[in-house]
Design a protein around this ligand. Structure first.
Ligand code: FAD
Length: 376
């Protein structure tokens, strides 16, 4: 019998899951519903677009590693150009931050490409605006890359549509009711039925769960600010990304501009996040101390919500109380880079109840929702 799968949310989590569902069960009717007029309007459209394997919790790193094959061998017809361009990441440390540098080296030691120490002059060569008078030590990640986020999202859209997937926008899900023969889903534009519901609604993950009478998982959306300034040179493709050892600011070169952030994590309700002047001012102060950029004006700014669980790992898999309600939330600061494997895992757990051979090495226990529902 044909099964109907409803995916709530058209960010990177929802569309990557939709694509994988349509691949794994070509007979299924897969419908993605998005509240906004356009897909990827919220956090997905507001990221720093970095792939950084040695970042995040162990289970999240596993998802990033399992995603690499999709980036390097993207299925035929989904992209017009490579999704990644290599860009090293340098962490710079003052004399007082030497312990943090040691921690980062140890933390990145088991990556496919381990974190390595470099000289301050080598760091200056890769980021020519570094204020070397304050830097005592520097380390480099050379496996990091810029992701073309829009092309990645579009690749999943193309693949999903090619497999007859259906996308409905301006259709906020207002309720999902469990009935004898599946779910009744009411949206802003009408109602439809589904056998399985996949919750990929980002910062709204717990709101959507409540609307389906499912116990919330305990999601914490946190605002992160970003802004663009003019780079001191016309082209920065050879420049590394730079942050400080305490991750209290970062700078990511982007053509003739530099993307800057105070790396803030301010708790927020689910909303259309906006940047605050004071967060931008704080980042400028920190960056002007650590570099010779002397930033005086900002070209554009934005903010987005990075949504975390209490253990900062993702939540992927069936709800322990209602197995036809599948979670794919808690992407935090790594939802873009992990999306190929996270979408695949969500779809496999929804359709087959277990991961395939290619995802067998993942730490499933660290991802399943049941870990957050243990009795105290
Ligand atoms: C400044 C910043 C920098 C970042 N940098 C990186 C990075 O370098 N690398 C990386 O991997 N990640 C990064 N991230 C994190 C990454 O952007 C997120 O993890 C990811 O985009 C989350 O995707 P999502 O699909 O879960 O959420 P979203 O993109 O927010 O999508 C959720 C969707 O669900 C929809 N929705 C909500 N409620 C309903 C409803 N009731 N009915 C229908 N639809 C609904 C929303 O409208 C939204 O479109 C960054 C984030 C920020 C803010």
């Amino acid at each position: 019998m044909t099964q109907t799968i409803a995916i709530i949310g058209g960010g990177i989590a929802g569309i990557s899951t939709a694509y994988s569902c349509s691949l794994i069960d070509p007979t299924a009717e897969v419908v993605l519903v998005e509240a906004e007029k356009q897909l990827a309007y919220h956090t997905t459209g507001r990221s720093a677009a970095l792939l950084y394997e040695n970042y995040g919790e162990a289970s999240v790193r596993g998802l990033t590693r399992a995603s690499l094959n999709f980036y390097h061998n993207t299925p035929e017809g989904l992209v017009d150009a490579p999704l990644l361009s290599l860009r090293p990441l340098i962490h710079a440390g003052t004399a007082e931050q030497s312990d943090l540098i040691d921690e980062l080296i140890s933390d990145g030691s088991d990556g496919t490409i381990p974190t390595q120490e470099i000289t301050v002059m080598e760091a200056l060569d890769l980021f020519p605006a570094l204020n070397i008078s304050r830097v005592e030590r520097a380390i480099i990640e050379i496996g990091t890359a810029d992701i073309d986020v829009s092309a990645l999202h579009q690749a999943f859209v193309r693949g999903f549509r090619r497999n007859n997937g259906q996308i409905v926008t301006s259709a906020r899900v207002d309720s999902a009711t469990r009935e004898k023969n599946g779910w009744k889903i009411e949206t802003a534009t009408g109602e439809f039925g589904a056998d399985v519901v996949i919750n990929a609604s980002g910062a709204w993950g717990d709101v959507v769960a409540k609307r389906a009478e499912i116990e919330p998982i305990g999601l914490n959306p946190k605002r992160r600010t970003a802004f663009m300034v003019t780079a001191p040179v016309a082209e920065t493709s050879e420049w590394a990304m730079l942050d400080d050892a305490a991750h209290s600011w970062y700078i990511k070169p982007d053509g003739p501009q530099l993307l800057c952030s105070p790396a803030d994590e301010t708790p927020s309700e689910p909303c259309d996040a906006k940047p605050l002047e004071e967060d931008i001012a704080l980042a400028i102060e920190r960056i002007n101390t650590a570099t010779t950029l002397n930033i005086r004006s900002v070209n554009s700014s934005w903010a987005g919500l990075r949504t975390f669980t209490t253990d900062r790992s993702m939540v992927i898999g069936p709800d322990p109380d209602e197995p036809s309600f599948i979670w794919c939330v808690g992407q935090g600061g790594t939802g873009i880079q992990t999306s190929p494997a996270a979408g695949q895992l969500t779809a496999e757990l929804a359709i087959n109840g277990k991961p395939s051979e290619s995802l067998a090495n993942l730490n499933l226990e660290g991802l399943l929702p049941s870990r957050l529902r243990r009795p105290l």
